[in-house]
Design a protein around this ligand. Sequence first.
Ligand code: ADP
Ligand code: MG
Length: 254
Amino acid sequence: MINKKEILKINNLHVNTSNKEIITGLNLSINKGEIHAIMGKNGSGKSTLAKVITGHPSYQVTKGNIFFKDEEITNEEPENISHKGIFLAFQYPIEVPGVSNLDFLRLAYNSKQKKLNKKEIDPLSFFELINKKLKKIDMDPLFLNRHLNEGFSGGEKKKNEILQMSLLQSELSILDEIDSGLDVDALKNISNNIKKFANEDNAILLITHYEKLINYINPNYVHIMDRGKIIFTGNKTVASNIDKYGYDYISLKK
Ligand code: ADP
Ligand code: MG
């Protein structure tokens, strides 16, 4: 690890799936207290990157490495990565009929507590904790009794991810297209909650297609990904130029 503020460091990462190289030499460094956004055309490898960081078994790292704080996490098990403090909100959250959202959240919370050798929380105290969190993000408590993601609207699934993120208090949260399919009000609400969650001790990696989210959140850095690597890093003005001129704007700039 190079410096103490660094939370994520990716060096020359190459990743294959089904014998095809998807990530082709990617470098990225994220410090504590920072919000980074990654934009890029469909198929440029954004979701693959998120999944590789969090240890998805379908992807093979063929070269390079990933560090989380002072530990190398390349090829680490997804469960360990999550317990170490990296959260990934899924682009398409799974539906789990038969498991209530409340139970799921408590299970997730307690499994992390256990791994960190901390005390597990009893159902009543958890109910109090989660209700506080719900209030903060302006979510209906009835939501807790429903089955995980079953019949949740697009916006509700996204809110639920934000709830999970704020419950687990991970040091690095990766949000893959948290803005897709949201109306303007929901987008504002989710952006505000992400901003409220961000602090000096954590970091957020947003993956998005849209300028709007970037404008609301105003990340420290906006990276553009193309064919498996980051080809440009700037601030939010790059997002508005891409919105105006398309991704060709980046190649024209070079
Ligand atoms: P993005 O999120 O930027 O749209 P993805 O990371 O989802 O891009 O995909 C990048 C490329 O990798 C695409 O061409 C996609 O088809 C391919 N890919 C991703 N995952 C797999 C997989 N499990 N098997 C085969 N191809 C995959
Ligand atoms: Mg994607």
